[in-house]
Ligand binder design. Structure first.
Ligand SMILES: [Zn+2]
Ligand SMILES: [Zn+2]
Length: 558
């Protein structure tokens, strides 16, 4: 092992000790040992061990550890420290501008254990509430994380959109007369994926020479008809070459999941060579199955029976449900949020600032709720017929109770109940919290039901079917949180919810006017689950939404 590798181990040990708030004298001595080892010209592996402790910046205890590393390749005290630290916290050391002290605050005080969670907290302005974190630091952390995440090999749908568009334009303008189309997981609108795929008639050698402008890119022929393009800090791009006359068939084969293709073959259907993909479905005696539904094989049988649903589209969203204003952790005033809705043609807005337990997010005291209601009443008079509904994103507390007394909860038009604290829990604990909240007569919508953050934090474990059944029984709608990092409820559970007659609600959870656009990602994910507009609360007209709320109040508060 060379000196640099040894120095790295001491450097990491010092940082982890600082994150854990251990003896700073010892951590400093390991940091300086790391520095000194890097400066040494002679390799430690060839240094006389009896003289090791006399080297500059190396004491007896460091010397002992160096010998341990040289003999075993490991350092036990470093391994112990690593095992006590969540992997996501260690990963934060890669974020430029974040030192051990700040990471310690993020982990121990903010309760954040991964980079993705930290990014989300920046977007919610949560860092500003802690000592040592100003707006500038928060912005730097955010940018550093965004940079870092671009290095990872999985990407959110929303992160790839711009690149896909740019490549599309490049292929179209660079090779007029040729045909190229997006395929694979992106065409299926998967919330996350590890590559971008195109079907193209452009010769692969042409693509390779043209795309490799600076000569630094890496290209692989995964098979004779596929070219994989790898660039630093960019997702992989795979090109599937095809003839013009077989374009539709290659598009069909590369768009669907393996399970779908196996099901297609098992059912005895063919995929004849054709220019036009829809011919394949036509010859099989069915309408074209939208690419987003080509996941499980069951949809083939449905299509055969003429049962493919008319999917919800972004234009079906009539109101913006689940938003935060600057009364809690949002960026805009109530009026700015309402005007943003009006400008985009939405009929109503549901303001749901954080409840009082969410102190980090400026949760509202009971007094502030009264003030906000008066402000909303005044705006509703001013902006009619547009309507702002009074809501709250009410924390589901540790025991499953809601964050205010019933008389306060009853003063809202609707209540969105969400878990924001103590996310690390067993399924038993999670279920008892959620079920108790669902049973509360004031709960209207269950917010981001599992708390997951895609590519960064798994949700707490839940029994989805039991939640869906409880929501059906108590008339509670389930949110499809449309933030591209949440998309929670996951689309795979939509069919079960629709079957039980549970309403779903595509909500942007917007902390600013610009975030209303996120409803699109909610719609794309919901399409995968076959959601129809009539099962989506935010597709209700103002009048229907109002009637739905009145009905619920009448039955549940009776
Ligand atoms: Zn929330
Ligand atoms: Zn929210």
């Amino acid at each position: 092992m060379d000196n640099y590798a040894i120095a790295d181990q001491f450097s990491l040990l010092a940082k982890l000790m600082d994150i854990h708030g251990e003896n700073s004298f010892r951590s400093k001595s390991y940091a300086s040992a790391a520095y000194n080892i890097e400066q040494m010209t002679a390799p430690l592996s060839q240094t006389d061990r009896s003289l090791m402790a006399d080297l500059k910046g190396i004491g007896a205890s460091t010397a002992q550890k160096i010998v341990e590393i040289l003999d075993t390749g490991r350092m036990k005290s470093l391994e112990d420290m690593i095992s006590k630290t969540p992997a996501g916290v260690i990963a934060m050391l890669q974020v430029k501008g974040l030192g051990p002290k700040k990471i310690s605050t993020i982990w121990k005080e903010m309760g954040i254990e991964s980079i993705g969670e930290l990014l989300y907290a920046c977007q919610e302005n949560r860092l500003l509430l802690y000592k040592g974190f100003g707006a500038k630091t928060q912005q730097n952390v955010r940018e550093a994380i965004e940079f870092l995440l671009r290095h990872q090999d999985r990407f959110l749908y929303a992160e790839l959109e711009t690149l896909v568009q740019a490549l599309n334009t490049q292929l179209e303008s660079g090779w007029p007369g040729h045909r190229s189309e997006i395929t694979g997981a992106f065409r299926r609108q998967c919330p996350e994926m590890d590559r971008i795929e195109f079907v193209t008639t452009i010769p692969l050698t042409d693509l390779e020479t043209t795309l490799n402008k600076d000569g630094n890119d890496h290209f692989d022929r995964t098979d004779k008809d596929s070219l994989e393009w790898k660039r630093e800090e960019q997702p992989r791009v795979v090109f599937h070459h095809t003839s013009a006359s077989g374009f539709g068939t290659t598009l069909f084969r590369t768009s669907a999941s393996p399970e779908f293709l196996i099901g297609w073959e098992k059912a005895g259907y063919a995929a004849p060579s054709t220019e036009d993909e829809s011919v394949i479905f036509h010859q099989a005696g069915m309408i074209t199955i939208p690419a987003c539904l080509r996941e499980a094989a069951g949809v083939i049988e449905q299509a055969h029976n003429g049962e493919v649903p008319a999917l919800i589209v972004p234009e079906d969203i009539r109101g913006i449900i689940h938003t935060h204003s600057n009364w809690s952790d949002g960026s805009h005033t109530l009026e700015e949020m309402a005007l943003g809705c009006i400008e985009k043609g939405y009929e109503y807005l549901v303001i749901s600032d954080h409840s009082r337990a969410a102190q980090y997010a400026g949760g509202l005291s009971i007094e502030r709720i009264h003030e906000q209601h008066a402000a909303i009443d005044a705006l509703n008079r001013k902006l009619a017929p547009f309507r702002i509904f009074k809501s709250i994103e009410c924390d589901i507390l540790g025991d499953g109770s809601l964050d205010y007394p019933d008389d306060v909860l009853e003063s809202f038009d609707l209540v969105i109940a969400s878990v924001h604290s103590n996310l690390k829990m067993s399924e038993e604990k999670a279920m008892s919290r959620l079920l108790r909240a669902i049973e509360h007569p004031c709960t209207t919508i269950l917010g981001h039901p599992t708390g997951r953050l895609l590519l960064s934090r798994p949700g707490y474990p839940v029994d989805h079917l039991q939640i869906i059944e409880a929501c059906a029984k108590h008339g509670v709608a389930i949110e499809i949180n449309a933030h591209p990092r949440r998309l929670d409820l996951d689309w795979t559970w939509i069919p079960a919810a629709m079957e039980k007659g549970v309403m779903l609600s595509i909500d942007p959870d917007a902390h600013a006017v610009e975030a209303f656009g996120d409803v699109k990602y909610g719609v794309l994910a919901a399409q995968k689950g076959g959601l129809k507009a009539e099962h989506n609360l935010s597709s209700f007209t103002l009048e229907d939404f109002n009637v739905w709320l009145e009905d619920r109040r009448a039955t549940r508060y009776a």
